[in-house]
Design a protein around this ligand. Structure first.
Ligand code: ATP
Ligand code: MG
Length: 163
């Protein structure tokens, strides 16, 4: 392996009793530290991977029994990309909630401003709940850009970042 070249994938079975994504997050964190020797980079990439994986588990069209969640990380450090795939109905477009979130982020000059705008929106609304912030938060905390596409029955979300 070329030093600094990131390229690994983690495939984990998803079951209905999946407790949380902490083990996955810490695995990604350790892999980045191992390859790049950069603790901050490990934290950043694993934060993004964990949010995308949590969403994939929550919103993916998983079959009753189980499925496999794939998290892939690659790039020439300090460039990094994280990809998480999850199932959607065949021929579906990018799910509306996701495309709205990505449009919301790109409507602002920076992810931080998008995050602040969403927080302000929440503070003004009656429900005031803290949900619906995950992708906004990782976009600004990790400084990543997000894109999504559907191919067949698979939704693929990719985060691009500089570490
Ligand atoms: N893998 C996915 N499949 C389908 N829809 C998704 C996926 N990931 C995100 N979404 C949609 O995008 C929305 C925004 O995701 P985001 O992570 O920002 O917020 P959230 O998961 O609703 O709340 P939080 O992350 O704050 O708990 C989700 O509410 C969901 O509708
Ligand atoms: Mg989320």
């Amino acid at each position: 392996m070329t030093p600094g070249r990131l390229d690994f994938a983690i495939d984990v079975p998803v079951t209905s009793d999946w407790p949380n994504v902490e083990h996955l997050r810490s695995s990604v964190d350790r892999m980045i530290r191992l390859i790049a020797g950069d603790a901050a980079a490990g934290q950043t990439v694993s934060l993004v991977a964990a949010e995308l994986a949590e969403n994939a588990i929550k919103y993916g069209a998983w079959r009753e029994d189980a499925g496999t969640l794939r998290v892939r990380v690659w790039g020439d450090y300090p460039h990094a990309h994280v990809m998480v795939e999850s199932p959607v109905g065949t021929g579906d477009e990018v799910p509306e909630g996701l495309s709205k979130t990505l449009s919301f982020i790109s409507a602002y000059p920076s992810a931080l401003e998008a995050y602040q705008a969403k927080i302000a929106e929440r503070a003004d609304s009656s429900d005031g709940a803290a949900s619906g912030l995950g992708l906004l938060r990782v976009s600004y905390e990790a400084g990543c850009t997000l894109r999504a596409e559907v191919e067949g029955a698979t939704l693929r979300i990719v985060a691009d970042m500089e570490l």
